[in-house]
Write a protein of this length. Sequence first.
Length: 265
Amino acid sequence: MLATYPYHQLSFAFDPAAPLDISLPLAPGEQQVNCFWAEPVQFEVIQVGSFVGSVAAGGSTNYQRVHLTPHGNGTHTECYGHISPHPEATLNRCLRRFLFVARLISVPARTQANGDEVVLLEDVRRELDRGAHAGLRPEALILRTLPNLPAKRTQHYSGTNPAYLEPALAHYLAEQGVDHLLLDLPSVDREEDAGQLLAHHAFWRYPHATRTGATITELIFVPDAVVDGLYLLSLQVTSLELDASPSKPVLYALRTPATQPQQEA
């Protein structure tokens, strides 16, 4: 059975039984995506006296400690606290809604004169201006970079100078009111940029006009079978009082407006 989601006086239809998970799972070992020199994820069985937290080892329950680095291990969502010293700037406080109308587009990373691979404003704007949904402003934008190689699922990015965003693109998205940016790269900024973090600052408009409710989600993976278009995004995070959290963005394909504009109450 289809459900509906209202947006800009339109009513979109979607199937809540057909989720599209675009997160990368967290698991121990080297065959997991990794960046910024983070240690691999570790699951540690807890032992206290005669108790062992492993059913396989004879324990009554599984009971483990998890070691991970949100910014370096797997799909994660961050708020402006990533570049702010303010203790109140945590994702748990900044992200207060979890459903958003999102647009998925596929764009290449262009090789620059210095050899860097960069996602450019002109390519993103061209994709946003085309197609049936060109006039509808999304709350969230999902960037799938091309080529969409399966290696993105397990890539170790540290020290490789991976692709990043042109700062002008981050500025443009903030101007357009895109509050949530999701991409399949380790960061919106260059791996080593002397701490400038220009795209982070531009997207959040930090520190002079900070968009406290805006988020950036990195290290997603969008399979080729998920076509470009409009989706309902369910952005699922843990309730950590940190600037970032492991996350699970899930998409639901939105069908063309269920036709009639909603009547105002």
